[in-house]
Design a protein around this ligand. Structure first.
Ligand code: BGC
Length: 747
């Protein structure tokens, strides 16, 4: 897999990976595991391979733990109940094996951070790591010791609701973010009572669901799998992630949960992963409706053979493994290996020594410090997409009309997978504005009760509020339920009557700032001309309100940049920056055109290019894009050499100058293109990035070190290869434009 770029920041990254790397296998614990396995009955082994949803206090459940029939529970967050369950496991079950307790801690536990797609837009792995550390402390304080995160599915289709849970479309960025989250959850010592075991998910290709419809089939050639979908998982294995979850999708005809190629050959073979694999919720038995297994017994067999060590929720392992062993369909070695891996993680977590949770050890949930970290993350995650006439930042003297379904929707701004977040601890834009401005400056009309609402009876009142104010602040987007698992959309325009509301407000003639809170890129072609400024806040979490208000009023400049391409219309999907060039690449310059749509195409193959006649070939906003209240000038691109030899490194640098009037942060990006290769390569690939904060007028040289290994890709034999030849390199503010240089790798 690709190695990292040696920029200053990348050095820190590589260094901290080494420091935080967790050793799951030690001879001491392997001996303890040998001794335990020796003593275990088959029923106890199968018990370790069984995870059940917690039904706290119910007798049969507790009885099952006592009898060694459950090795893990999920979804219990009452600390007394977790301690009680652990007590039964370690004091009343025959072999005293503690439970591993799972929960979806996806972007915070009680303190909710921005959704991962928003976190990715910070391009700040350090901040993501710190956020996960806070989430770990909070989750661990209620007895949870295992999170089903990070989710690192590459998503090229914003219709897919789970795009919210990942880091976007780029494998390099996702690898950096996923590894940072793993380090944050697990800390440098998994045995510490402050650590959560991480779970990389969903293995693999889940984000490639056809049509962006959740759970749908995926077809991913091995080359693409290795190039785009696998790298974040490899980076997380290298960062020491303790567990992995399979995916729901059928991958090239074999459901991921029964797919020995990805689980045994790649994960446990090639990558030598030593932790354990858990199925997704009921994904073992779902191999029956997939049409891969005739019944639950066959599903259990195929999952174990493929390398799924623990079954989540459904009981096919408990019901059938013994019989499958008798029949010779499974071997005891397979079972012992699964149990060994599960016990390994329990030992690594220190659960045999410290099974109980002492709440006194932990900080208060959602305390001031945690909320401040969530605010900083939210602030850095917001992307400024439009700012005509420098409308933003606003002055405190202005009166504001505050309008829209998401201006004061504390639960909705938390986004998907915020089980343990609390609406009453979530600070909305309206609350924050009321703290920041004097009351007479705010004219609030919700206008629509929720994002999908269609009633227009309050629109006149909203337009009057706009007329009375100097500027209009619209808070719109999607409520939390519109993204996340199984929450996909076929139409990505602002839902309900929101577009209509914008048009009504626009008729008041006041400048309009639109703040979008959403779980995905929305298509905004219908409304962009009616608004002056656009801040994209994703679902920003508990502190979204104060973060957005700081940006609106210029306490800080927005610095986020998109990690996913924003299409103009749904019909352009899939659309992603790192696409191949085709034999007839589109070039607006070769036609009489309006924007990127040609006017005079003729019906012959001569001169035709790859584009849509009605939507062109460019996105609304490209990957890596984001504006600032200042401007940054890029100049003096320098390459240490025009040619390097295989195994050597190239230094690429540029000078970035804050040419505006405000202190601000820029995310400087490094891209490369391999011009001719044995397998065609994308038009650009992200290879590095660095966040720099500059005072007005300040210059900084940003330097990246690129090795030939960084330019390697999966070759015709599926092995990573860097090939001699010509390359382009860019230091750029986004995936479009920037300073371009050329170099070659000599034979
Ligand atoms: C999701 C997983 C999640 C699991 C447990 C499943 O439906 O796909 O991502 O971790 O439920 O809640």
């Amino acid at each position: 897999m690709k190695k990292t770029i040696f920029s200053t920041i990348a050095f820190t990254f590589i260094f901290s990976t080494a420091v935080f790397s967790i050793e799951l296998v030690t001879s001491e614990t392997e001996k303890k595991i040998d001794a335990l396995i020796e003593k275990m009955t088959l029923e106890e082994k199968i018990g370790q391979m069984t995870q059940r949803n917690a039904r706290s206090g119910s007798e049969p459940f507790e009885g099952m733990i006592r009898d060694g029939k459950i090795g893990s529970i999920l979804n219990e967050v009452n600390v007394e109940a977790v301690n009680r369950a652990q007590k039964i496991a370690v004091e009343e079950s025959r072999l005293a094996i503690p439970l591993i307790v799972g929960r979806d801690v996806i972007h915070g536990f009680r303190t909710i951070f921005p959704i991962p797609l928003g976190l990715a837009a910070t391009w700040n792995p350090q901040l993501v790591e710190e956020g996960s550390r806070i989430a770990a402390l909070e989750a661990r304080s209620v007895g949870v010791n295992w999170t089903f995160a990070p989710m690192m599915d590459i998503a090229r289709d914003p219709r897919w609701g789970r795009i919210a849970e990942g880091y976007g479309e780029d494998p390099y960025l996702a690898s950096r973010m996923a590894a940072a989250m793993v380090r944050g959850f697990q800390s440098d010592d998994l045995a510490s009572p402050n650590a959560l075991a991480a779970c990389m998910k969903h293995f693999v290709g889940y984000g490639a669901a056809i049509g962006g419809r959740d759970y749908n089939t995926t077809y991913i050639p091995e080359l693409l799998l290795r190039d785009i979908y696998l790298p974040p998982f490899k980076a997380s294995v290298d960062a020491g992630a303790a567990t992995l979850m399979t995916a729901f999708n059928d991958l090239n005809g074999v459901p991921a949960t029964g797919n020995a190629f990805i689980l045994r050959d790649i994960l446990k073979g090639e990558w030598a992963f030593q932790g354990f694999v858990v199925s997704d919720w009921a994904s073992v038995t779902q191999m029956v409706p997939h049409g891969y297994c005739a019944d639950h017994k066959e599903a259990a067999e195929k999952a174990v053979v493929a390398g799924v060590d623990m079954e989540m929720e459904t009981p096919s392992y408990a019901d059938h493994i013994a019989e499958l062993l008798d029949e010779g369909a499974l071997t005891l070695e397979m079972i012992d290996d699964a149990v060994r891996r599960i016990l390994r993680v329990k030992f690594a977590l220190g659960l045999f020594d410290n099974p109980y949770t002492d709440t006194a050890h932990y900080p208060t949930l959602a305390n001031e410090k945690h909320l401040a970290a969530a605010k900083e993350a939210a602030k850095q995650s917001v992307v400024l997409l439009k700012n005509d006439g420098h409308l933003l930042p606003l002055s405190k003297e202005m009166s504001v009309a505050v309008i829209g379904p998401l201006a004061d929707a504390p639960q909705e701004q938390l986004g998907t997978w915020a089980f343990d977040g609390r609406a009453e601890e979530s600070q909305t834009p309206l609350t924050a504005l009321r703290d920041f401005l004097s009351p007479e400056k705010i004219n609030y009309v919700q206008a629509l009760p929720y994002s999908r609402a269609k009633e227009t009876h309050d629109f006149d009142q909203a337009a009057q509020a706009a007329e009375r104010s100097d500027v209009v602040l619209l808070f719109m987007g999607e409520e939390a339920i519109l993204s996340g698992e199984a929450h996909c959309r076929a139409n990505l325009d602002l839902p309900g009557a929101q577009e209509q509301l914008i048009k009504v407000i626009a008729s008041a003639g006041k400048p309009i700032v639109l703040v979008v809170m959403a779980g995905r890129p929305l298509t905004m072609g219908n409304i962009l001309e009616h608004i002056d400024a656009l801040l994209y806040a994703f679902h920003p979490g508990s502190m979204g309100g104060p973060a957005v208000v700081d940006l609106l009023f210029g306490i800080d400049s927005p610095s986020g940049k998109l990690t996913v391409t924003f299409p103009k219309v749904v019909g352009q999907i899939p659309m992603y920056y790192n696409h191949k060039n085709t034999g007839r690449p589109p070039q607006a310059s070769s036609w009489v055109h309006i924007d990127d749509i040609p006017l005079n195409a003729w019906q012959t193959s001569l001169g035709n290019e790859s584009h849509y006649l009605d939507a062109g070939f460019t996105p609304q906003y490209p990957f890596g894009y984001g504006l600032s209240y200042t401007t940054f000038e890029y100049k003096d691109l320098q390459l240490s050499s025009p040619a390097i030899k295989m195994g050597e490194a190239l230094t690429v640098s540029a000078v970035i100058r804050n040419s505006g009037a405000m202190r601000a942060t820029e995310i400087v990006q490094l891209y490369c293109r391999d011009l001719a290769a044995s397998i065609t390569r994308p038009v650009r690939e992200l290879k590095g990035f660095e966040r720099i904060t500059l005072e007005p007028g300040e210059c900084r040289t940003v330097e990246f070190v690129l090795t030939t290994e960084d330019l390697a890709f999966p070759g015709p034999d599926m092995k990573m290869v860097a090939e001699p030849g010509a390359f382009h390199v860019w230091i750029a503010p986004s995936s479009e434009g920037g300073l371009m240089g050329e170099f070659s790798i000599a034979e």
